[in-house]
Design a protein around this ligand. Sequence first.
Ligand SMILES: C[S@@+](CC[C@H](N)C(=O)[O-])C[C@H]1O[C@@H](n2cnc3c(N)ncnc32)[C@H](O)[C@@H]1O
Length: 287
Amino acid sequence: MRFPARASIAQATESLSALLKQAGIAEHHSDARRLVCAAFDITHIEMVLRPDKEGEPAELARLEAFATRRLLREPVTRILGTRGFWSLDFTVRPQVLDPRPDTEVVVEACLDALGSRRGDRFSILDLGTGSGAIIAALLSECPLARGIAVDLSSEATAAAKHNLAALALSDRVVVLQQSWLEPLPGPFDLVVSNPPYIETGVIGDLDPEVREFDPMLALDGGLDGLDAYRAIAERIRSWLSRDGILVVEIGATQAGAVKTIFENAGARLLALRQDYAGQNRAMVWVL
Ligand SMILES: C[S@@+](CC[C@H](N)C(=O)[O-])C[C@H]1O[C@@H](n2cnc3c(N)ncnc32)[C@H](O)[C@@H]1O
């Protein structure tokens, strides 16, 4: 796509917003604003205060490239390569799940369940760490905690290492590339996981932003979406210390089925937490 050779910040934002709307992109206005800010290298405040400032040819060319990618349904976070999660900035890389705001509820659930223990020396196991978002957020809040972050994907472990180093948290976490089906050292005081939980059969119906840009290994939870919970439930006794806490993210409709899986493994539900849309999102368990 091409923008006019000359366009102000406001004109560029309006044109891009209209194009994205035409393409059926629901968040067209906020997406356009974020892409214009990035292309013009301005803050949102500058955008509001100087709407008539004309873009340089290089800025408009950059915006054109961004627009083309967004029209192909690439998410803004992937185009810009960064995502704010908790109070931290993460690099978003291809073949690694883009961490979602809903997953912050998992971090909140962990911190609430830890209570006053969050200031103590304790250990964390993050299963399926992806970009490292959950364990980084926890380590940033718990200054004496240490942990292990595990992921089967080499792209994910590389991304987690990069993000943890950029956040100066590397000295408190070991990142391992392996499956949670293989033996892990332990026990841990806190085991946390946002595992893949989408039913294989519905992945094709997801928005293109998800099905074409998030890795299948991060989405596919098996035929009923529950494979990872069964794997974790089978092993949780060997991973969790006495008085240890398990926190898992779940799909909005999975609370009942996941409850049965962990109760059958002898765990006791401590809390079920909702996300910002009011959907069930995190479960807190003890043995
Ligand atoms: C839904 S993503 C969560 C990523 C990250 N924790 C977050 O919340 O943004 C699930 C992660 O589990 C990883 N994974 C899938 N199967 C796995 C397995 N058997 N062992 C270890 N990691 C696995 C995927 O590669 C992916 O990074």
